[in-house]
Each structure stands twice: as structure tokens, then as C-alpha cells.
Write a protein that binds this ligand. Sequence first.
Ligand code: 6CS
Length: 338
Amino acid sequence: MINMMSAAKKISLLALALSSILAEAATWRYAIEESLSEVQGVYAAKFKEIIEANSDHVVLIYPFGTLGESADVMEQAQAGILQFVDQSPGFTGSLIPETQLFLMPYILPEKKSEVRYFYKNANVIKENFKALYAKQNLELLRMFPEGTVAITTQKEFRSPGDLKGQKIRVMTSPLLVETYKAFGAVPTPLPWGEVFGALQTNMIQGQENPWFYIESGKLYEVTEVITEAGHNIFTTAVMANLNFYAGLHKVDQQLIQMASEAALDYILKYQDGLTDAAKAKIKKAKPSIQFVTLTEAERVPFRENAKKVEAKFIEMTGPSGQVILDQLRVDLEAAKNK
Ligand code: 6CS
């Protein structure tokens, strides 16, 4: 077979082999916002598996709590102390306001096939966001969904009026504060490490997260009602330190891209049935807990109020935000009926 190859092909293969030898073995540090058994941990483990199976590099994964809160970890990633970081737009919104696009209620698709197509193909991720993250010395690798978010409270609510006076914890991006103001509540930004204690002491009455996280964080123990308002998906993002990534051999950059994409496919498939399993575990652990799904009619005032949030997004991000929002709409159209 080799004999049949053109000289050019032989040279390029040899160059590839040589450069992979030249790419010395290294230890890469990768911090996540969750535990190893949660969605971000499963993604990171698949990424690690592929990198280590195809190179001499070692990937060390640092789960939530080992290196501080999400904001601390991001600083370490931008400084190059860490080579990879997973940080969700719920926290990145303070650093890169445009990433709050993913926090806007009632804008992302609900149909699983459309969600998956969007996260794998959206130009707003591959182009617009990649450029924005690069300005912060970050190479955006992939963004992925972690499931629809549900709202935990101590009493049932069906309308924004029912949330009046309810302190609902949000991640620290300003647009989430605007969202829960628009939903009628009293938004309370807190880092994740303080949420369970704040619920236990009634400093807050609720919070929002995907079902798997409500279950794995045992938030149901300090919750009476879990409500689906259909308002958003939890999105997260994986980045490399840009100086580190740009300094790598092409072989290593190609390997990181291949591992990132394969881990994306894996984590999308992995989430099949995850929400239903979490609901069953919560019900088994606390049979008295109440699950509520707002009807389409009950969602109308929340959808109406969500328009204020979109205006706030443009106010926070200006012309750049409008360009991003327009591109998102093009990408959502392309994902329709996929
Ligand atoms: O609510 C939070 O802060 C956390 N929620 C998820 C689903 N992942 C990590 C994040 O810190």
C-alpha cells in the first residue's frame, strides 16, 4: 500500500509521524464546575480517555471544590495555570456579557433533535463566540446542553405573581438577575458552594438547575416543589487557555479538536433518559415532593416578561449583542425540524 502512495503523501505522513513524536508528553490540567459523576465530569472523562489513548499526554481533571469557585478557576485558566476549564455562561456572563445569550428565557429549542443539531452546528458558537472568548485568552472548544432547568421552591407557583417576594438563587451573570426580576421573584446571585446552606436556613427559597443536578446535589431535601416552566436549557462551555493551545503542535491541536467533538457526541447521547431517572430518584427519596409542569397558558405571562430580558441583553451588550442575537436566530432556524 505504501508503495502505491505518491511521494507527496509519503512525505506528509512522515511529517505527521515526526511531529507527533516531537509533541513531548505533557500533563494537562482540566477544571470542571461539577463532580466527576455529573454531566461535566462525564464529558471531561471522555475527553481525557481519547487524549490519553492517542498521545503520551496525561489529563488531570479537577472537580468542583478542589480549586475554588467557578470564578477562581476561570482566573487560573486565563493565567495558564490550568490548560482546560469548563465554565457555564451562568458565570461567564460577568466576564463576557455576550455569553448571556444562553441565559435568555424561552429562546433555545425544546425538541431534543433540534437542541443537539444546534449545539453541534451553530455558527454563533463556532464563529461569534470563538472570537469573543479569544479576546479573554480562551480557545472555545465546545458548548453543550446539560438538560432543561427546573425551578425549586417551598410552595407551588403558577404565575409571576406567585413568585412575589420569593428569593430565588441565580448564578452570578447579571442577565439571570434580570430574568428572575421579570419572573416576579427576588433574584439572589450566589456561587454554587453557598446554595444548599442558603436553602437550609431559608435565606433563599429556591433556585434553578437541571433535574440531574437537583438530584445529585440532594436539593430536594430542602425543597417542596419542583416546577418546569420550559424556559431554558442549562448550557456549559469547555475552553483551553489560548496561549497554551496556540503554542501546541498541529497534531496536538487536531487531537484536542477530535477529542472535544467525540466527547460532545458522547455527552449528548449520555443524557438520554437522565432527567426521567433523576425524577424517579427524587420521588423515591422524598415521596411528598410535588412536581409541577406549567401549562402553555400558564407560561404566557412568563414568556411575555421574558421580552424585557431580551431588551436588557441588548442594553448590556450593544451592537455586538444584536449581531450575536441575529446569528442565533439564523442558527435556530437551521436547527428547525432536524
Ligand atoms: O447552579 C450552579 O451553579 C451549577 N449548576 C450546574 C448544572 N453546573 C455547575 C454550576 O456551578
